[in-house]
Ligand binder design. Structure first.
Ligand code: TXA
Ligand code: MG
Length: 339
């Protein structure tokens, strides 16, 4: 039986909503919290995750509760190494093996057949499990401390903006989380790319930090199952809803050149690059001065959190080029616009 965190003499309630800098001591304690069935928000290279022991159905149930996430939307299981992978997967197909060798640790999630050890709640009743091995050193140290696979969705309220800073987690989930490990802003800023292996032909379920161009040399052409309309049985991520990643402020994707002065007055502009056509907007955030898509992805949610906090009438998001990681940005903006 794991030593519980209460072993240090403090009641669990005292740990509620704590935002702590990630260091060896806090990571060790967070690992013990996970083992004792508590929730820990932690940094990954993509976005912050809300973690629970993936093998503990009661702990996993709390994730759904705290996020307000519907039970039909399965979670990604985070593993440290081969032995953790073997705990949650029913074998690793050859194609998955190739992708693992190339992209792990990193922002690639593979959907493969699950083992019996994974509770149905984690996979929303599916026979498959989504699994990834994060590259972020704090996420890895946490997995090592927890010594269990960690189920972790992005640490936001369901449907809301993804958290790329610990403060985003604190403001959305705050007291409902037992510990938030802070390691500064996320490197990629968009979630992992999801590839479905457990099918006749591999399919792309979510655009993410690794562009499909980088994956296809290993897989051949991927079936594109990223649009909400693609929700054919067994070939789509159940959580990829038309409305997602949405700020509270109404958002639309629009070329600012077509927006009149009057319309700009109470609106914010989320510009892709400089020079931005920003005159007359109440507020402006530029994703990447030089138009670098990776930089734009890393800034995306931070900029949206900031614009959303201003209480504007609307956010106008300038379209981004849909190549490389630009496809993940464009995907997030389209779903945000449906919020
Ligand atoms: O970058 C990431 O992947 C982040 C960090 C925290 O690792 N996590 C993340 O989790 O984005 P979440 O819960 O926000 O998104 C998980 C997505 C959902 O769209 C869900 O439907 C899909 O993965 N998914 C999970 N298990 C699946 C399965 N067995 N089959 C198909 N889709 C699955
Ligand atoms: Mg999410």
């Amino acid at each position: 039986m794991a030593r519980s965190f209460q072993g240090d003499g403090r009641p669990a309630s005292e740990h509620a909503g704590v935002l702590v800098p990630a260091n060896p001591g806090s990571i060790e304690r967070a690992g013990e919290l996970l083992r004792a069935g508590h929730l820990v928000a932690f940094p990954t290279e993509t976005v912050y995750g809300l973690g629970a022991n993936a093998l503990d159905p009661r702990a996993v149930a709390r994730i759904f509760e705290v996020k307000g996430r519907p039970a039909f939307d399965p979670l990604i299981v985070h593993v440290l190494d081969e032995s953790m992978l073997a705990e949650v997967a029913a074998g690793v197909p050859e194609l998955a093996r190739r992708l693992i060798d190339r992209f792990w640790p990193g922002p690639l999630t593979l959907v493969i057949d699950k083992s019996a050890a994974v509770p149905t709640l984690v996979t929303a009743g599916l026979d498959t499990v989504a699994v990834r091995s994060p590259a972020h050193p704090v996420a890895r140290a946490l997995l090592a401390a927890a010594r269990v696979p960690v189920a972790a969705p992005s640490a936001n309220r369901f449907g809301g903006l993804s958290p790329t800073r610990a403060e985003h987690v604190a403001s959305q989930l705050g007291e409902r989380v037992d510990c938030i490990l802070d390691a500064g802003p996320s490197e990629h800023g968009v979630e992992s790319t999801i590839v479905l292996i457990a099918a006749e032909r591999p399919a792309l379920l979510r655009h993410g930090a690794i562009p499909s161009e980088a994956i296809e040399p290993f897989t051949g052409p991927l079936l594109d199952a990223t649009r909400p309309g693609d929700a054919r049985k067994g070939l789509a991520a159940p959580g990829m809803l038309a409305s997602h990643y949405a700020p509270r402020t109404k958002l639309r994707v629009v070329d600012p050149a077509t927006v009149s002065r009057a319309e700009r007055e109470r609106a914010g502009l989320l510009a892709f690059r400089r020079p931005a056509d920003a005159a007359g907007y109440a507020a402006v955030r530029v994703l990447a001065d030089d138009g670098d898509l990776r930089r734009a992805a890393a800034t995306l949610f931070d900029a949206l959190h900031e614009l959303d906090a201003l209480g504007l009438e609307r956010i106008d998001a300038e379209p981004v080029p849909e190549t490389g990681v630009g496809r993940a940005i464009a995907d997030r903006l389209r779903r945000a616009a449906n919020g």
